[in-house]
Design a protein around this ligand. Structure first.
Ligand code: GDP
Length: 626
């Protein structure tokens, strides 16, 4: 299925011609009827001799409405350029031709209309020559030109046949990327709810599909699809479709949004692009100039950063970054147009290279332009690897969308990229660029070793602190830790396997003295508070981490040896009596109630014992012996 768009100056007879061609009046708005002018986009369709349905997007020609035209001509297969024979080429025709060119529309034809108004055939051929000359440097330079009259029908058959011929020469979009439909119209119908229209690209859209609208991210479901007034289960890329959406209020939908499967398109306010400045632009493009950008059916205001030019003269091209005020939904490879806001002027456009650059690039950096060149012209696996260099690992479908590659190319590029270790497949099946993965690994090791350096007496860095400093998701963090040989995790602390807590001579003296004191009365040792006061809290926690000391209650600690002796003693008492009381522990070890109770509460908490009245019995969950 095909879509053609119209272009031409206002009053040259575009709408009349579309109506003659399709039998549908594209001027649907009452206001348009009143003003007899195409303001918004009109839609119509007709069937070619071979049975093929062709959609027609009739775009307005008036200067004020040029921005609506941009919403219409993005995503069409061919252009039907309408020029009235009695008027010929107008100043504004140049702008229309430039836009067609910048949008990469390479196919089209010219309808030289209103020929009924020209009596003299010689005059007509003169005009045709003049029009041909005016098209000289455009993509329509060699396009067929058909003289027609919508009024008396002259030339209409020829127009039909020529459209068929032009369309048959265009390859059908066969290699699918991912379905996306830039919305150009929204309305409601009683009993149906929200309906959006647009030209579908990249893949199949089916009734029942879960969908998402970007940049807002609202989700819904496809309830029904119509294409050219026919209900469909599946819409094909390249066709116009009206999609009935369940679950989204029409007030939450606007022209410019993109409908796609969920989790595929991530909105952006910064993108990298290659830009062609029109030769007849009024002045050089300045760095940081305020501009309006149009892509798909959306538009935004923003500023342009010139990456490889001080200023960009008319006729030149270069690498740019555009920052926008409003978020946009876009895929790489899409075309865009740039205009000055006021006075309005189309100044150029180009191709979106990367919708999600990792940062605002510094200007005049060879590595930046190299990167952009690689992204634009590199091998599919290089482009894939660059697209995988995201702030977080991507699901396969999302990575696919970011590459802008068709499905077959993407699949083989992915195999190649994995083989060449350009990307890493994580256990949760997400993908990340090898360079980014390496960066995270190195950063993790760096942070852990810096932590050990700063806190030599600490066993390790708390995992949450480490994770948040790396700024990565839990699943990615886990995969990272699992993969790193020299890193271990114990009790939510992450450390280098090589890390050992070592005391210096002064510290060791303090430690020895405390341990001596504790060993001297193992079951009535100094309290936690006294211990901390003796060695300092850092050393105290190090002793805990090393397992030299076990703390059983807020103020009760034992040496490891005493702790194990106590546990053995409690086990024996349990074997003997089936239960144990604080008094029994106190008497058995010649200690005090404080220590005995501290210990038993601890044993409850680790699940060895369970309190029953005044005594402890073996806990079911603790098992019979430790
Ligand atoms: P648009 O602004 O390009 O869509 O132009 P319209 O289709 O509204 O046509 C502008 C005017 O030209 C209207 O008054 C039409 O009736 C007239 N017109 C359109 N096509 C023809 C044609 O083939 N022959 C003649 N004589 N008049 C035409």
């Amino acid at each position: 299925m095909r879509v053609i768009g119209t272009a031409g100056h206002v009053d040259h007879g575009k709408s009349t011609l579309v109506k003659a061609l399709t039998g549908i009046d594209p001027d649907r708005l009452a206001e348009e009827k009143a003003r007899e002018m195409t303001i918004d986009l009109g839609f119509a369709w007709f069937t070619l001799g071979g049975g093929q349905t062709v959609g027609v997007v009739d775009v307005p020609g008036h200067r004020d409405f040029i921005e609506n035209m941009l919403a219409g001509v993005g995503g069409i297969d061919a252009i039907l350029f309408v020029i009235a024979a009695d008027e010929g080429i107008m100043p504004q025709t140049r702008e229309h031709l430039a836009i067609i060119d910048l949008l990469g529309i390479e196919h089209g034809l010219i309808a030289l209309t209103k020929v009924d108004m020209i009596d003299d055939p010689e005059w007509l051929s003169l005009i045709a020559e003049e029009v041909r000359a005016g098209l000289q440097h455009s993509t329509l330079a060699t396009a067929p030109m058909i003289p027609v009259s919508a009024l008396n029908g002259d030339g209409m058959d020829m127009l039909h046949r020529t459209i068929e011929q032009v369309l048959s020469g265009i390859a059908v979009e066969q290699s699918y990327t991912t379905p996306h439909l830039p919305i150009d119209r929204v309305f409601t119908m009683p009993g149906f709810g929200s309906i959006v229209t647009g030209t579908l690209h990249g893949g199949l859209l089916k009734v029942g599909d879960e969908i998402e609208l970007q940049p807002s991210g609202i989700r819904g479901r496809v309830r029904g699809i119509q294409s050219y007034k026919q209900g469909l289960q599946t819409a094909l890329p390249g066709s116009r479709a009206a999609v009935n959406i369940a679950g989204i209020d029409h007030q939450d939908i606007q022209r410019g949004m993109v409908l796609s499967h969920p989790g595929i398109i991530v909105p952006t306010r910064l993108f990298d692009a290659h830009f062609r400045h029109l030769a007849d632009a009024s002045r050089p493009l300045e760095h940081n100039a305020e501009i309006k950008v149009f892509t798909g059916t959306s538009e935004a205001t923003g500023h342009v950063r010139l990456l490889d030019h001080e200023t960009l003269p008319p006729g030149a091209d270069g690498w740019i970054q555009i920052r926008t005020e409003q978020p946009l939904a876009m895929l790489p490879g899409a075309r865009f147009i740039v205009r000055y806001p006021s006075p309005g002027e189309t100044i150029g456009g180009g191709v979106i290279i990367d919708p999600h650059p990792p940062q605002r690039w510094k200007r005049f950096q060879a590595d930046v332009t190299d990167r952009l060149r690689l992204r634009a012209d590199g091998t599919p696996e290089q482009r894939l690897a660059q697209a995988a260099d995201a702030p977080e690992p991507l699901k396969r479908a999302a990575l696919h969308a970011r590459t802008g590659l068709d499905r077959t190319t993407f699949e083989s590029a992915l195999t190649a990229a994995l083989d060449q270790e350009l990307v890493v497949l994580l256990p949760d099946q997400t993908l990340i660029a090898a360079g980014r993965w390496r960066y995270w690994r190195e950063s993790l090791i760096e942070i852990v070793s810096a932590f050990h350096h700063e806190f030599p007496l600490k066993a390790g860095i708390p995992r949450e602190e480490l994770r948040s400093r790396l700024g990565i998701r839990q699943a990615v963090f886990n995969a990272l830790i699992a993969e790193l040989d020299g890193i271990r995790e114990a009790a939510t602390l992450v450390s280098a396997t090589s890390h050992i807590i070592q005391f210096n001579a002064t510290q060791q003296t303090l430690v020895d003295s405390l341990l001596d004191q504790m060993n001297a009365s193992p079951f009535t040792p100094p309290s936690v508070q006294e211990g901390m006061a003796a060695v300092g809290s850092d050393i105290y926690f190090a002793l805990l981490a090393l397992g030299e000391i076990v703390q059983v209650a807020p103020d009760v600690m034992f040496t490891a040896a005493a702790y194990h002796a106590l546990i053995d003693g409690v086990q024996q008492l349990l074997d003997l009596h089936g239960s144990v009381t604080a008094a029994q522990v106190r008497d058995q070890f010649g200690t005090s109630r404080k220590y005995a109770i501290g210990l038993l509460e601890h044993l409850d908490s680790i699940g060895m014992t369970r309190r029953e009245g005044d005594a402890r019995v073996r806990s079911v969950r603790g098992g019979s012996s430790s």
